[in-house]
Design a protein around this ligand. Sequence first.
Ligand code: TXA
Ligand code: MG
Length: 351
Amino acid sequence: MKGMVTTQILEVDPSAIAAEIIYRAADVIQAGGLVAFPTETVYGLGANALNAIAVRRIFTAKDRPAHDPLIVHLASSQGLPGVVATVPDVAWRLAEHFWPGPLTLVLPRASVIPDEVTAGGPTVAVRVPAHPVAQALLEASGVPIAAPSANRFGRLSPTRASDVLADLAGRVEIILDAGATFVGVESTVLSLVEDPPVILRPGGVSRESLMTILGNVSVREHERLPVQRSPGMLDQHYAPRARLILFRGEHTAVLQAIQREAERFDKAQQRVGVLVATEDLAAFEGRPWMALAPGPFTDLDMVAHRLFTTLRALDAAGVDVILARDFGAAGLGLAIRDRLTRAAGGQIITA
Ligand code: TXA
Ligand code: MG
């Protein structure tokens, strides 16, 4: 690729942040370079959001199509009036409850935000991340930072610095390595330009907790979503290398269907991986296929936290097909379902 750079990985202890490392990274941001940094959800690939040329480099590094808009990250909600045209009351109320945190608000853009960030659209997506390293970088940089997840386009989002390196070595100046991220799935993207507000992408803040502030909140079904609206909703997003099939329905029926399909693929000489809950693992003991669980069904925080790492582990084991169970729609289940549905690219079996 043209414009290859040397990638430096700088370790940062999130509980004792070395100021000198943050200033080095902030210098890169101010000079129009790229820094990958941890947020509480996933690692982001950051550039100065007010510098169109720097923002263009994000798209090149990720091989991301220019029509997919980016999230602008702020150090605090005080920066909100600087990046959006108007701040409705409801945005302040949401900011008060959920920021810093994994909630992204879509609002009318301010004119200082370049077209590169919004894909030329009239709105901008904004959030205040809760990770101390992200906070420190935003404060030291003194500018809003545009950052998509730090993966190549269409791949799984990175939850560890090594995941970023695997996708973006030679394409980013600095990777700030603060270990695994906390939430593990991306932020909830909520459109406030529609009334009532609409969840464009389920994520780290559940629909239920948004409803405590907003009353009703609808969820945009990605099958019906026009491509231009939120292209992160395209099929085959967040995809592992292996083909993935998602199983939905009643629990026992789902486990039986997974067993049946696993046997079928096994007979066809396909290496099978299974992604289920910890409680389900006993049902797969002594079988030739690799069964992994990101966590128990009773702890969806854990399942979300380890979802992408588990998919990567199955990929690394070289399986040809991943048979995954659904984790319901309550709480973080909706975000987990969304990511597995996208990874399945439409291959869903209802048991
Ligand atoms: O947790 C996260 O949100 C992570 C961390 C790094 O902050 N970021 C992230 O960014 O997941 P990205 O670019 O991978 O996903 C952002 C999503 C995409 O689906 C994009 O289409 C949508 O937000 N989006 C961004 N701006 C938008 C806008 N103005 N209107 C509607 N959707 C927008
Ligand atoms: Mg992404």
